[in-house]
Every structure is written in C-alpha cells, then in structure tokens.
Design a protein around this ligand. Sequence first.
Ligand code: AMP
Length: 254
Amino acid sequence: MNKFDSLSDWQNFRSRLKGSLGFVPTMGALHDGHLSLIKQSLSDNKYTLASIYINPTQFNDTNDLKNYPQQMDKDIKILQEIGCDFVLTPTYEQIYPDNFNYKVSEQNLSKLFCGRSRPGHFDGVLTIVLKLLNIVQPTKVYFGKKDFQQYLLVKNMVEAFFIPTQVIGCENIRETDGLAMSSRNFKLCPEKRKTASLFYKILKDSKNPEEAIAQLKKENFKVDYVEDCWGRRLGAVYLDNVRLIDNIKLGELI
Ligand code: AMP
C-alpha cells in the first residue's frame, strides 16, 4: 500500500493513474463499518484510496474533537491487511490553506436533525468532502448510510456542483447486539456500552418516535431527536456525553 502524506505527491501520482478509482473518506479509528465500504470499493474498482483525516471544521464542540479516538499506526496496518491500494493522510495546513475562509453551505436539509444541535457541522462536512473529491478525483466515493443525513447531503452536493463522481451508499454495519458500529463506541465504559445496544432496539420496537423518546429517557439516554423521515426512523442520543446516531428503515419495524 502506498501512503501519501503530501497532497502534491498524490496529485502527481493521480494524474498518471489509469483505471477506476474508488474513494473512502474516513476520520480513522477504523472498524468493520469502515471496512465494509473499503471492501465494496475494492470489488467495484481497479484501485481504492482511503483517507484518514480528523476534520476539525465539522466539530462544533472542541472537547469532542480533543477526545476523538486516534490510532494511525493501527489503521494503516488494517488498511494494508484488507488490500487497500493507497492511503491519504493530509494535515490541516494542506487541506485548509484558506483557514476555512471558504465553505460549502447547504440551506435546508443541513439545518434539520443533526444540524439543529450541531450548528455548522454540515458546512464542515460538505467543505471537506468537496476538497477531498477535488484532490482525489475518484470514479466512485463510498459513504455509510449509518450517517444517512450526511449521505444525502453529499449526494445532493455532488449533483448540485456537477462533480463527476458517483456517490455510493453502503448499509449500516452493526455489532452483534445491534449497536451501529462507530469510532465513538470506543469511548463508552463497559456499563454504558451495554446500555447503548438498547438505542437500536428501542428505535426498532417503538410504534412511533414519541414512544421511542419516552423509552430512551427511561433508560437514561439524553435524547437529541427521534424522527421519522425518508421512510426511516432517525435518532441521536447521548450516553455520558458520547453522541450516538442511528437510523433504521421503517419496514424493519415490527
Ligand atoms: P467516519 O470515520 O465516522 O467519518 O466515517 C467514515 C465513513 O464510514 C462514513 O461514510 C460513515 O458513514 C461510514 N461508517 C461509519 N460507521 C459505519 C457503519 N457502522 N456502517 C457503515 N458505514 C459506516
């Protein structure tokens, strides 16, 4: 696997690369959810590039950024083992020569759900994705439907700006007890990790969002939102200040 720390090295290399390129942007602390995207890209494309970059502009809470899990050496090993061709690990200075003076801002969907309680979050997400798509120039880019609102916003942005990349949505990968895999799960103590599995169960088993909210509160989750939209039930909660998000297709409800 080739590791690129320098954007210009990658861009030189990219200009000579022939054949389809799949791209999986990540913030590291890789788990099987990320790996499912990489596997999909490996099977769809001649080459696959993963990026590892903790994007500060999408964190509206400095503590959340400070505490975000980091394990670069382990991640590189995981990517090597799975057969990823290239990894890009840029710095803030390389990505933001403008110091985030220019940003992409969506006016509707980005203000709902996660956008309500995380002002500016999706400006940061869309800006980094646009920058990375311009740098990587992939044939296809892979996003997890675990972050369903993010997936829709990226898909719509790519259409809005005529970016010649296909956005592929991949299914939400779960732990055996149902909890959606997330780098943030590593932050939960064993007791809260056990409680966390109730999030998925309650989303799935409640008749409506109001019932889900009441059940979650009973189990001591701090609820940000549970709402039905796009044929899905979407939710975000906190457990000990760790933010968890999830969504299920309404057809999966019992
Ligand atoms: P992150 O490193 O959290 O920014 O995630 C990088 C990509 O992996 C995003 O497209 C996420 O939606 C995706 N992802 C994260 N967790 C999962 C999961 N449990 N299942 C599927 N995709 C995921």
